[in-house]
Write a protein that binds this ligand. Structure first.
Ligand SMILES: Nc1nc2c([nH]c(=O)n2[C@H]2C[C@H](O)[C@@H](COP(=O)(O)OP(=O)(O)OP(=O)(O)O)O2)c(=O)[nH]1
Ligand SMILES: [Mg+2]
Length: 313
């Protein structure tokens, strides 16, 4: 069942949600408004028809967010989810349903159908994910990260595999201080126990860590901490879903300077793998800010990069 789903953003940045009528599938849970796309119906027409029927509004701006295929015991749904804005009209629950504008951060505290977890994550995640590159002193690292925070980066993975754990964590703590005033999140590389550190915003797993059972990460994980993973093929994307990570990077999409000689999958294969995954996927490898639109239109959350963010002033 092809479902058109709308993450409706008001001018103040809040998001419109509705409560599903009790007598419907997933009744009593909050939803992002939308409904079934009729055969031969164009997606945008379907979405505006549903929003008119359910809420008495129409929308004029559309941007793809995420596509999730989810198997419920009763049926399989394809939630084709778009961020929409340019709302016309005042929303009201035409079917007697409760409707509410909420801050994005509130979404994690509400009960949605089981398929919706990745939608909520996709709403909260930015389009750009920076992975730190080479640095020869703490001062250089701090200077480069500061500059990118000022440039608007809000999600950063601190990668320095050449460092021992102790100096790595020491620098990580400093970077975390830098990130805080910007409300930016710093993801670390490491083992599950690291999640116990009060200042740890989350962990980015290597693909070989995906075999660690989800229960190991759950033991330590607190509300608000991100769990991400590096994936390079379909099998790892499935492992990441099973490990219950929040989002992934998919690489290498194009040839890169940091991994010379590694075969890249290309844009077409990356699109196919991205559409097949439930999770928000950042494209990584030889891409920069100028590829963001292409990635998003291909179903990705956005672009992750070392080079493009690290080397440019
Ligand atoms: N609209 C919407 N549907 C969702 C969400 N999450 C989720 O699992 N679903 C499921 C529930 C339903 O099985 C299906 C969407 O159906 P729907 O009930 O909205 O369809 P509709 O508006 O055409 O309703 P109907 O009157 O024809 O029953 O997708 C969500 O966030 N929004
Ligand atoms: Mg509906």
């Amino acid at each position: 069942m092809h479902v058109a789903v709308a993450v409706i953003r008001g001018e103040d940045g809040r998001i419109l949600i509705a409560k599903r009528p009790d007598d419907k599938h997933m009744g009593g849970l909050w939803e992002f408004p939308g409904g079934k796309v009729e055969p031969d119906e164009d997606f945008k027409t379907a979405l505006n028809r549903e929003l008119q029927e359910e809420l008495d509004i129409s929308v004029s701006q559309f941007e793809p967010l995420i596509t999730i295929q989810h198997r419920y015991p009763e049926k399989t749904v394809l939630l084709d989810t778009w961020k929409v804005s340019g709302v016309q009209g005042t929303p009201k629950g035409n079917e007697g349903q409760e409707v509410q504008w909420v801050e994005p951060e509130q979404l994690t505290t509400l009960s949605f159908p089981p398929a919706n977890g990745p939608i909520v994550n996709a709403v909260l995640l930015p389009r750009q994910y920076m992975v730190t590159g080479l640095f020869s002193s703490a001062a250089e690292l701090i200077e480069k990260v500061s500059r990118q925070l000022e440039n608007g980066l809000r999600l950063i993975q601190f990668r320095a595999p050449w460092l021992q754990e102790k100096p790595y964590l020491h620098l990580a703590r400093e970077l975390h201080h830098l990130c805080q005033p910007f409300n930016a999140k710093l993801l670390l590389k490491g083992n599950p126990e690291l999640l116990q550190e009060s200042w740890c915003d989350g962990i980015h797993l290597r693909s070989d860590q995906l075999s660690v059972p989800a229960s190991e990460w759950k033991k330590y994980r607190r509300e608000g901490q991100w769990l991400a993973a590096s994936c390079h093929n379909e099998e790892q994307l499935l492992e990441a879903e099973a490990a219950e990570v929040d989002f992934v990077t998919l690489s290498p999409v194009r040839p890169t300077k940091s991994h010379p000689g590694r075969l890249s999958m290309g844009q077409e294969r990356a699109t196919e793998l991205t559409r097949g995954s439930k999770l928000p996927v950042y494209w990584l490898g030889g891409l920069g800010r100028s590829d963001e639109q292409l990635a998003v239109e291909s179903g990705a959350q956005g672009v992750a990069a070392i080079g493009a963010f690290w080397s440019i002033r």
